[in-house]
Design a protein around this ligand. Structure first.
Ligand SMILES: C[S@@+](CC[C@H](N)C(=O)[O-])C[C@H]1O[C@@H](n2cnc3c(N)ncnc32)[C@H](O)[C@@H]1O
Length: 277
């Protein structure tokens, strides 16, 4: 029944193979009630040490609003507020049995005032105010969520147990036994034309962006063109402009339509600023 469910929701051959291995690897963890699940993903709980690693990787702390999509028995959301003192946590699950179980677990853990569980389809969930998003879903579900995830505020951390986001490379990764944990930091959007001014002079930048990876061209006022390469981790940007001996390194922070140097030491350009052209 579960295999036919995966076939229906995950028609690609590779996806069926991955889902098949997922089921084989995790079947031993399935409680008997899971056999009756007919949701996008069956209930398979994340082991406690993996929950701990997910929350550590995302550096969950007192200012975080954590949302677990497909929250099962509530363990990730509960650990976020109980063990990491998150400001709040929300878990959504389509299965009412899981939601009741999660509420009871939150009560037992004494954190019902800071964690909410809702019966809801995760594809309908407004998670735009999350600072940390967690998931243990399936590759096709991750991919359906990906456009919405990429539209979250820059700097939002997204942690996934077991499954990646295809060509959106993770910013952090850990393997615990046979478990994979991936983390992405939603990158700021910087594609386009910029005017950069600093001690090295003025440059016109044309930036292309693929997820957190940047490339492009920088041109001096005299028309000298240099390659641009760079990377984003949320709002934090690093750029290398030029090659070889003429390469200059810039580190800074993006705020909407401006970028500015971070106070930094080392071999980086100081005191620069860029605005969109
Ligand atoms: C693999 S379990 C993960 C549970 C928990 N997040 C954890 O890591 O321990 C996936 C959960 O997603 C829920 N689920 C499946 N499809 C869903 C949907 N469309 N909307 C919300 N929850 C869903 C299932 O009921 C199940 O509890």
């Amino acid at each position: 029944m579960l295999i036919s469910y995966f076939r229906r929701h995950c028609p690609g051959r590779a996806c069926v193979m991955v889902a098949g291995s997922f089921l084989i690897v995790t079947l031993g963890f399935l409680p008997s009630s899971a056999a009756a699940d007919t949701f996008d993903v069956p209930f398979v709980p994340t082991p406690p040490e993996v929950v701990e690693r997910m929350l550590n990787m995302a550096e969950v702390g007192p200012s975080d609003r954590v949302i677990d999509l497909g929250s099962g028995d509530g363990r990730i959301a509960i650990a976020a507020v109980k063990d990491r003192a998150a400001l709040s946590a929300l878990g959504v699950d389509l299965n009412p049995v899981r939601v009741e179980e999660a509420k009871a677990n939150a009560k037992d853990a004494g954190v019902s005032d800071r964690v909410e569980f809702r019966q809801e389809d995760l594809f309908d969930t407004d998670f735009s105010n999350a600072t940390v998003l967690t998931m243990y879903l399936l590759p096709n579900v991750n991919m359906r969520l990906r456009p919405k995830v990429l539209d979250l505020a820059a700097g939002t951390r997204v942690v996934s147990h077991a499954f990646d986001m295809d060509d959106w490379e993770s910013d952090d990764y850990a393997r615990l036994g046979n478990r994979d944990v991936y983390m992405w930091v939603v990158p700021a959007k910087v594609a386009g034309a910029w005017q950069l001014d600093g001690p090295e002079g003025s440059l016109a930048l044309d930036v292309e962006q693929t997820f957190q990876h940047l490339s492009g061209i920088a041109q001096t006022a005299k028309g000298h063109a240099m390659p641009v390469r760079g990377k984003l981790r949320g709002k934090e940007i690093t750029l290398q402009i030029g090659d070889g001996n003429e390469a200059r390194h810039y580190t800074g922070t993006v705020q909407a339509d401006t970028m500015a140097a971070n106070p930094a030491t080392g071999n980086v350009v100081q005191g620069w600023r860029a605005v969109r052209r």
